[in-house]
Write a protein that binds this ligand. Structure first.
Ligand code: ZN
Length: 448
């Protein structure tokens, strides 16, 4: 029965909801990138059976598989993660939600961490896991903890239990909670065993977030405030746009210490540097709008994003924006150096960050900040597996879950090659370029 089902499913005759596609195939020739070491094994064959990598070896030494996929001499890596993703709410409609998921997958993203969950996302998580819905694996937060949803420490603690029992993977922290509420949430979360992650509110402050071991700090939130010396006139001012208004007061000599303290507290970072380089950098807007993926935007969303960029750039002189970005780049480099766990995330769909495409943008910005291409790729692969404590993910090795991306060129030599996706495997399901293009064409027709 299993074999019959497998054949029917492979032939595309049957696609039962909830049925994992039992499939076996061999891809060759490929150059397999070891993201742990940066070694590349050339001219390899990779055998995938039932969603896992069964064997990897020199071409000719590995046989088996119901079919052979042409690897085209490409570079095979573990699939990437977008660790600050936004899955649209179900109220946007099923098609819109799926379009966003397709953009991720077609760009080689096989895991997303949804940063603003809702009950419908729990259902979606299961549908993505079973293959009923095409897209990356979803790890999701619940609805946000913020100044509007949490009034008192008691309310905060109760909300932790509620979301834990509902089955969310982690808690999303947004601005606005009092320090007391944050501590109550953090304490309850640690007791019950659910991670909390996201923003660091001004009332909480960086050192409290470190002390309570927030799982991730996203956007480098609260570091700008912590870089302004006590005797500076900007000290104690509330940050706007993650401290853009504090740029002139940020003391670069604090960078190394903050990186060390972060490493010591084992608090991971999802910098979403792309969000800041695009909104507060100097690259002409026409050039940003000409980037790959921008043709997916509908007029309304495009106008929104253009307006936001004008707003950020218009409010603040170029020199101050430059200092803000320099400080962020210095923090990134120092954190990598200090051994802070770095995670790839761009915040999509948000200003100038088209889902999927923006991860490649982020990789380039990380390299621009001083990470090596290997370190940048690790932030979206092996680091993610370590963060989630999933030793069978995040590498292209025998025994691992077959979440893979095939690239035309070697991203270790040129990080821009990360965008040259020619195929994606999602838990063993192979999507070739033509299939991915068909998904993208659909989104391009409908627009975001
Ligand atoms: Zn976000």
């Amino acid at each position: 029965m299993a074999t019959l089902l497998r054949c029917l499913v492979t032939a595309g005759v049957l696609l039962l909801p909830g049925l994992a596609l039992a499939d076996s195939w061999r891809i060759e020739p490929v150059n397999v990138v070891d993201v742990a070491t940066g070694d590349v094994a050339e001219d390899q064959a990779v055998l995938v059976i039932d969603g896992r990598i069964d064997a990897i070896g020199a071409r000719g030494s590995v046989s088996g598989g119901d079919r052979v996929v042409d690897g085209m001499g490409g570079y095979l890596l573990p699939g990437l993660a977008e660790m600050h993703a936004h899955v649209p709410p179900a109220s946007r409609g099923e098609q819109y939600v799926q379009d966003v998921l397709h953009l991720y997958l077609a760009n080689g993203i096989t895991t997303i961490r949804g940063m603003l969950g809702e009950p419908a996302h729990l259902v979606l998580r299961a549908q993505l896991a079973s293959g009923e819905v095409v897209g990356p694996r979803l790890v999701t937060s619940g609805p946000s903890f913020n100044g509007n949803t949490v009034d008192t420490p008691q309310e905060g603690a109760a909300r932790v239990i509620e979301q834990f029992e509902a089955g969310y993977d982690f808690l999303k922290i947004h601005p606005g909670m009092s320090r007391e509420s944050f501590i109550a949430v953090a304490t309850q979360a640690r007791q019950i065993g659910i991670p909390f992650a996201g923003h660091v509110s001004f009332q909480t402050g960086l050192h409290t977030a470190l002390e309570y071991h927030q799982a991730t700090i996203d956007h480098l939130d609260a570091y700008a405030e912590a870089m302004v010396p006590e005797d500076h006139p900007l000290h104690g001012q509330a940050p706007q746009w993650f401290g853009l208004n504090l740029a002139d007061g940020m003391d670069m000599t604090r960078v190394a210490n903050l990186a060390r303290e972060t490493a010591d507290a084992d608090v991971w970072q999802v910098p979403t540097q792309s969000l800041f380089e695009t909104t507060t950098g100097e690259e002409p807007l026409e050039d940003l709008l000409a980037r790959p993926g921008m043709d997916m935007l509908g007029d309304e969303l495009r106008a929104n994003w253009v307006g936001a960029v004008h707003n950020f750039r218009g409010q603040v002189p170029a020199e101050q924006r430059g200092h803000f970005l320099d400080a962020r780049r210095a923090l990134l480099a120092a954190m990598q150096e200090a051994g802070v766990g770095m995670l790839l995330g761009s915040d999509a769909p948000q200003i100038m960050n088209v889902p999927g495409y923006s991860v490649h943008q982020e990789l380039a910005y990380l390299v621009g900040a001083g990470l090596t291409p290997l370190q940048a790729l690790q932030s979206g692969t092996i680091n993610v597996a370590r963060f989630f404590d999933e030793p069978d993910r995040g590498q292209a090795r025998a025994g691992m879950v077959a979440d893979l991306v095939l690239l035309r060129g070697n991203p270790l030599v040129d990080i821009a090659q990360s965008a040259t996706v020619i195929g994606v495997a999602r838990e063993g399901r192979w999507y070739d370029r033509a299939t991915l293009d068909a998904l993208l064409d659909g989104v391009r027709d409908r627009k975001l």
